[in-house]
Design a protein around this ligand. Structure first.
Ligand code: PHE
Length: 346
């Protein structure tokens, strides 16, 4: 190895690198080339290994050539990297442009749950008669859920409202919205016109018409001189607004410990309109709620004088109302969260 050979090798390396750089098509290729030529174990170092075999006089000369070649290659690499880098950026910007004229991705539209929708509709109808909606507690005491409603401890009527108890002594999950009547009568001065929608719980065997969790809407009116006729007239208006004008209705005797007299309120069968069919048990009627005049004992429990104030109360199941309106045959559908069911109530 002599000075000329080494110098020639260095020039060759410079030329080869220059043409390889020209052929590199992306930044990654430039960087690979840079490592291959200028890296610690690169070709430049390889060539310079021969320097040791030269006479001492020649070594600085080779060193000078090597420095010039290295600087040239470094500059060429940097230039190529810049060119390819900006081309790549350009391409990316072009590829990732947002086309604002493209249609957007559809947003899935939700809807109110049919139980909620039903309660809102019930409240809307009674609001037209001056009834105000109140929220009352889901966790109750035995007093509110039973005793204040004239259902003493160990009374057989308790079987109608067997409940679920919570871990706090004396507390239970309300079995109906009727305890809300007590809250309202103890809080609001008559005249009272109240609608109390809310979730209820019962210890029940689940079937197509019974659930352990369901909603109720309670209604309460307290005033001087309120009569059963007022109740009948109001419920007629409600039935006509909810199920259609002109639908026949009727009162049947019923029993609730907290109303006297108590009634069941029926509307003519929405399927057959009277003659009787499987949907109405061949009776021609469908029961939509329970109601009655607020029992004097209940009024007194709330500090109201039955000689001065009378009132009525009614309670209905919004799921049942929705079932009648939409011909739904199983109450369990309301709690299954199956979108194939829920999506039908847009
Ligand atoms: N709370 C009764 C029930 O759950 C319904 C009702 C309410 C009856 C108000 C009369 C008056 O069955």
């Amino acid at each position: 190895m002599n000075l000329d050979d080494l110098s020639r090798d260095l020039e060759t390396l410079a030329e080869e690198t220059a043409s390889a750089l020209a052929g590199a098509s992306d930044v990654a290729a430039v960087e690979a080339l840079e490592l291959d030529v200028l890296g610690k174990k690169g070709r430049l170092t390889g060539v310079l290994r021969g320097i040791g075999a030269l006479p001492a006089d020649d070594r600085p000369k080779v060193g000078a050539i090597a420095n010039r070649v290295r600087a040239t290659i470094e500059a060429a690499v940097a230039e190529r990297r810049t060119i390819l880098g900006s081309a790549e950026l350009d391409a990316r910007l072009r590829a990732e442009t947002i086309d604002v004229t493209m249609p957007g991705r559809p947003i899935r539209r939700g809807s109110l749950h049919p139980s909620i929708e039903s309660m809102a509709e019930i409240a809307r109808i009674f609001a037209q008669f001056g009834f105000v909606t109140y929220e009352t507690p889901e966790i109750e005491t035995d007093e509110y859920n039973f005793q204040d409603l004239n259902i003493p401890q160990d009374h057989p009527a308790r079987d109608l409202w067997d409940t679920l108890y919570v871990d706090i002594p004396g507390r239970l999950l309300r079995t109906h919205t009727s305890p809300g009547q007590i809250h309202v009568m103890r809080t609001v001065k008559p005249p009272i016109r109240a609608i109390l929608p809310g979730r209820c719980f019962r210890y029940e065997a689940i079937d197509a018409s019974h659930g352990t969790e369901f909603f109720q809407v309670e209604g309460l009116m307290i005033d001087e001189g309120t009569t059963l006729g007022d109740l009948r007239g109001l419920l007629d208006e409600f039935a006509h607004a909810m199920f259609g004008a002109g639908k026949k209705t009727r009162f049947r005797p019923g029993y609730y410990p907290f109303t006297e007299p108590s009634v069941a309120f029926d509307v003519e069968c929405l399927v057959c309109g009277g003659p009787g069919c499987p949907a109405c048990g061949r009776s021609g009627w469908m029961t939509i709620l329970g109601a009655g005049m607020v029992h004097p004992v209940v009024l007194r429990n709330c500090g109201l004088d039955p000689e001065r104030y009378q009132g009525f109360a009614f309670g209905m199941g919004p799921e049942r109302i929705a079932m009648l309106r939409h011909r739904i045959n199983d109450i369990r559908l309301f709690l299954e969260n199956d979108l194939r069911f829920l999506g039908q109530f847009r």
